[in-house]
Design a protein around this ligand. Structure first.
Ligand code: TPP
Ligand code: MG
Length: 427
């Protein structure tokens, strides 16, 4: 019962966030503050963390409306590096398109695209050292592509076939590639954050020079793991770059449910007293420059940086999702930061280093490249074709020697399988 002395007070209420636009709504992004490119200051990489805190509420941008690179964050990459960046982003997109179709054709059970967010993987992969350890989320396939990991191996994993190096034990797209310094992707959101900090601390304890970089979505910042990781990194000044890819959506929940109505995600850095940057995530040059800044800082024992990449998830969350059920289709076309591939291509054109014809030819070539990799992987099997790792291997690789109870379970599973599928041939 309410205390009678407070009976004249209004009842307590909660605020439940609601996205601005739902299916069928006209979209107007005029509430977003998008500063011009080139006006954000670039503090010294060794500065006090507090000197970056203004940038946590700003937006670092390099590519202007005229497609020219401007301001102190311009990384001044040569045309060859810019073309490489463009090609890797376009290759990631071509890969996504083919794998998405593969899922629709029943070749795999699941796929996740990163359309519109390619810059947040490709530019950091180019800015980091190739042996820096990355702890990605499921939307950073671009890092493997940028690091030259064979696409055939990626597709073998997606098809869970007999050449899948992970033996069908991970959900499709949850790669693991030690040789690419690419940590195993986990479906349990945000677990990679404390793991990245632990790895970075170990690297420092060993006196190594490699740093760690971790990625997660803005929705995942609501996980406790995000905050534990930030605390550890701040306390021990761990050499780690934290990337928060703010693509506005966490499946069907908009960013407001992770706190976006209050402040920016980069502003989390202020509370932990570490460096923070908020960048235009569809501006590959801004993303490159911010990563370079944070990586140099971490490698010089300047400690962790949190980078928020402000971007937009242009397509569905995964092949299991239908965004038309919960958001307006106009959001994509109205998104004020454009498309990262188109923006970099326009920049190269403005430099006189690229043409529409060259772009069209590149897209054709990349589609052929992905097609060839997909064909090679298909020869190893696709979903439901039976060309997977032998059934008996299901119990292997956890213990050096299979303990008696797992041996029993394995034999029982094989017995049951023989009864259920008498035509099954032991592999
Ligand atoms: C601990 C945990 N909670 C919930 C889920 C289910 N889930 C998978 S992806 C996802 C949305 C994540 O959104 P965000 O972090 O913004 O990343 P994005 O998909 O936008 O890249 C959710 C809720 C999960 N996999 N793990
Ligand atoms: Mg998200």
């Amino acid at each position: 019962m309410t205390d009678p002395s407070r009976s004249n007070l209004p009842p307590l209420q909660l605020h439940v966030p609601e996205p601005r636009f739902r299916p069928g709504d006209a979209v107007d992004y005029s509430h977003l503050v998008i500063p011009p490119a080139g006006v954000q200051p670039r503090p010294d990489e060794g500065c006090a963390a507090s000197e970056t805190h203004g940038l946590c509420l700003d937006l670092v941008r390099v590519l202007g409306e005229d497609h020219k690179a401007v301001g102190p964050w311009d990384p001044k990459l040569d045309p060859e590096s810019l073309r490489r960046m463009l090609r890797l982003m376009a290759l990631t997109r071509a890969f996504d398109d083919r794998m998405y179709r593969g899922q629709r054709q029943g070749k795999t059970s699941f796929y996740m695209k990163c359309t519109g967010e390619e810059a947040t993987s490709i530019a950091p992969a180019m800015a980091l050292a190739s042996d820096d350890m990355v702890f990605p989320s499921y939307r950073q396939q671009g890092i493997l592509i940028a690091r030259g990991y064979p696409m055939v191996d990626m597709i073998n994993q997606i098809y869970s076939n007999k050449a899948d190096k992970l033996k069908g034990r991970q959900l499709p797209i949850m790669y693991s590639a030690k040789e690419a310094s690419f940590f195993s992707i986990s479906g349990n959101l945000a677990t990679q954050y404390p793991q990245a900090v632990g790895w970075a601390m170990a690297s420092a304890i060993k006196g190594d020079t490699r740093i760690a970089a971790a990625w997660l979505g803005e929705g995942s910042t609501a996980e406790g793991d995000f905050h534990s990781a930030m605390t550890f990194a701040a306390v021990y000044n761990a050499p780690v770059v934290f990337n928060v890819v703010n693509n506005q959506w966490a499946i069907s929940s908009f960013s407001g449910f992770a706190g976006a109505e209050r402040t920016t995600f980069a502003a989390r850095a202020i509370g932990y007293g570490i460096a923070g940057l908020r960048v235009d995530g569809n501006d590959p040059l801004a993303v490159y420059a911010a990563t370079r800044w944070a990586a140099n800082r971490a490698r010089a024992n300047g400690g962790p940086t949190l980078i928020e990449h402000f971007t937009y998830r242009a397509e569905g969350h995964s092949t299991s999702d239908d965004p038309g059920q919960y958001r307006s289709v106009q959001e994509r076309s109205e998104w004020p930061l454009g498309d990262p591939v188109a923006r970099l291509a326009a920049h190269l054109e403005a430099l006189g280093e690229w043409t529409g014809e060259a772009h069209a030819a590149m897209d054709l070539e990349l589609a052929e490249q992905v097609k060839a990799a997909a064909k090679a992987a298909e020869a190893n099997g696709v979903l439901g074709h039976g060309l997977h790792h032998p059934f008996r291997t299901l119990f292997e690789d956890v213990f050096e020697e299979l303990p008696w109870h797992l041996k029993e379970q394995s034999e029982q599973a094989i017995r049951e399988r023989r009864i259920k599928w008498p035509e099954w041939k032991e592999d």
